[in-house]
Design a protein around this ligand. Structure first.
Ligand code: GDP
Length: 179
């Protein structure tokens, strides 16, 4: 089964987004490692693919040791997991590029990991401003990338961008299934 991972800073809206994507799809949500919230904690299962909820990065409240262990765990999963076909990096559409996001995205690029960007909380700006903010954000990252990755503008509150993200996931699954 193909896996699609979701990651971002704490409070970016990751849980809300995953819930929005799963709604009305009859997807079962299970916990791979019950009670261990520090681990890769949710797998949301469909017949052909999983959504994987990775722990947030950049928690100021965690101790250095815990944070380092988490980072190693996340890095190990992303680099070694053969079933992982795309990593979605979540960015709050209201924020300018932050160092921690850039570092993470640069690391994905250097490691040749396929990824896409999901801008969250578009309803907080309104869709028109959110589109402008997202494209400005992408422009600021352009010099770092040879090609721009796909990006999506979403709101979990207003169910914006849900079909686009799910269609993208389906298109990757179809591509892989058809060689
Ligand atoms: P996580 O820590 O990344 O999993 O973030 P959560 O999904 O728990 O969301 C963090 C906060 O942002 C919560 O208060 C959510 O209600 C809020 N939030 C998440 N997504 C949206 C959104 O699309 N629109 C609005 N207005 N608020 C959101």
């Amino acid at each position: 089964k193909n896996e699609f991972a979701f990651i971002g800073r704490s409070n970016v809206g990751k849980s809300s987004l995953i819930n929005m994507l799963c709604r009305h799809r009859g997807l079962a949500k299970t916990s791979a490692t019950p009670g261990k919230t520090l681990m890769i904690n949710h797998f949301i299962i469909n017949k052909e693919w999983y959504l994987v909820d990775l722990p947030g990065y950049g928690f100021a409240k965690r101790s250095k040791t815990v944070q380092q262990k988490l980072e190693q765990m996340i890095a190990g999963y992303i680099l070694q997991r053969q079933q992982l076909v795309c990593t979605f990096v979540l960015i709050d559409v209201r924020h300018d590029p932050q160092l921690i996001d850039r570092e993470f995205i640069d690391w994905l690029g250097e490691s040749n990991i396929p990824f896409a960007i999901i801008f969250t909380k578009a309803d907080k700006l309104g869709i028109v401003k959110a589109r402008a903010a997202a494209s400005a954000w992408m422009e600021k990252m352009r010099d770092r990338w040879e090609e721009l990755p796909p990006y999506f503008i979403t709101s979990s509150d207003k169910a914006i961008g849900r079909d686009e993200v799910l269609d993208y996931i389906e298109s990757i699954n179809n591509e892989l299934a058809n060689g």
